[in-house]
Design a protein around this ligand. Structure first.
Ligand code: ASP
Ligand code: CP
Length: 348
């Protein structure tokens, strides 16, 4: 693992599988009555949010607390950012607080990269969503959710393509994942395309032509404008939110027209294979990209994705801040004691 997590595109298959497998261990902790590990005791995690968030912010906080880290939550609203303080001066302030990891969400694409390469802080930087660029922990929690439903499970449906494999029995090779909607403004779509490609899945983007990014032909995926032709061949259909706050023009004629052509309703869902799941990163626009019937159906994993986000973020913080302990060769007696596997009995 590298020191920072800025982009899903930076993750090798081994890195991604290590995070997903570690998250499985972390999920087991969440099933216990006492959900805490002492692993990051004495470490400080700062959540630095310049843009609104519900799921990502609270799940990073829960993840850091479950690993016993000290957590500082910073939100730009109500801070000295409104007095004009720069990212640099904010970062230097955090450094003075002794931040071991900074989790940053920012409206500007590239802000986490800037923080990681500036030398302003010494800790690890985790991208919690930057502009329209990337949201790597969302892609990881999505892949985790897909592995649980689709990979290696007896009812997981057919594997369309043989070969490859990550050797875990939880392999997404050949799984067909369809990502639908406002791809142009979606950091979730970009991160998912990269990560799912790395994990061997076959990704198709479906969107109106106006919401397909320029240069998409260089992304490792297919593009379609016809949702009905793709739905019956999908193992997972991931609906994206229409991101009004990032739109400065009319990208489609009316909401009704959008919902009719690119929304997921009960009729379309019924044409998905029986084992296929519906995903949504949240927040949802009910009645726009997804009907309430679909959002509330048992095939929709939106709430489960949120729960899985805590396990993924625990795994990411654990590996970035104390990661060497999962590599057996580097495992000392002291670090071994901090391994979540070796804490199982003690923490019960
Ligand atoms: N919550 C996700 C993000 O921040 C998706 C969305 O907002 O639509 O990228
Ligand atoms: N999925 C997601 O990132 O949600 P929030 O914007 O609420 O954090």
């Amino acid at each position: 693992m590298k020191r920072h997590l800025i982009s899903a595109a930076d993750l090798s298959r081994d890195d991604a599988v290590l995070i997903l497998d570690t998250a499985e261990e972390m999920a087991r902790v969440a099933d216990r009555p006492i959900k805490k590990l002492p692993t990051l005791r004495g470490r400080t995690v700062v959540n630095l949010f310049f843009e609104d968030s519900t799921r990502t912010r609270i799940s990073f906080e829960a993840a850091a607390k479950r690993l016993s880290a000290d957590v500082i939550n910073f939100s730009a609203k109500g801070s000295s950012v409104s007095k004009g303080e720069s990212l640099k001066d904010t970062a230097l302030t955090l450094e003075a607080m002794g931040a071991d990891a900074v989790v940053i969400r920012h409206h500007a694409s590239g802000a986490p990269h800037r923080l990681a390469t500036s030398g302003w802080i010494n800790g690890s930087v985790v991208n919690a969503g930057d502009g329209t660029h990337e949201h790597p922990t969302q892609a990881l929690l999505d892949a985790f959710t897909m592995r649980r439903h689709l990979a290696g499970a007896p009812d997981g449906g057919p594997t369309h393509h043989q070969g490859g494999g990550d050797g875990t029995g939880r392999d997404l090779t050949g799984r067909r994942i369809t990502i639908v909607g406002d791809v142009l403004h979606s950091r979730v779509a970009r991160s998912n395309v990269h990560l799912l490609h790395t994990l061997g899945a076959e990704v198709t983007l479906v969107a109106p032509p106006t919401l397909v990014p320029i240069g998409v032909e260089r992304w490792p995926c297919e593009v379609s404008y016809d949702l009905d032709s793709v739905v019956p061949k999908s193992d997972a259909v991931m609906m994206l939110r229409v991101q009004r706050e990032r739109m400065n023009a009319a990208f489609f004629p009316t909401e009704r027209e959008y919902a009719r052509r690119y929304g997921l309703d009960g009729d379309r869902m019924a044409r998905m294979p029986e084992h296929a799941i519906v995903m949504h990163p949240g927040p949802m626009n009910r009645g726009m990209e997804i009907t309430a019937e679909v959002a509330d159906s048992r095939r929709c994993t939106a709430v489960e994705q949120v729960a899985n986000g805590v396990s993924i973020r625990m795994a990411v913080l654990y590996l970035l801040l104390g990661g060497a302990v999962l590599e057996p060769a580097a495992e000392s007696a002291e670090t071994k004691a901090e391994n979540p596997n070796s804490r199982t009995e003690e923490s019960k």
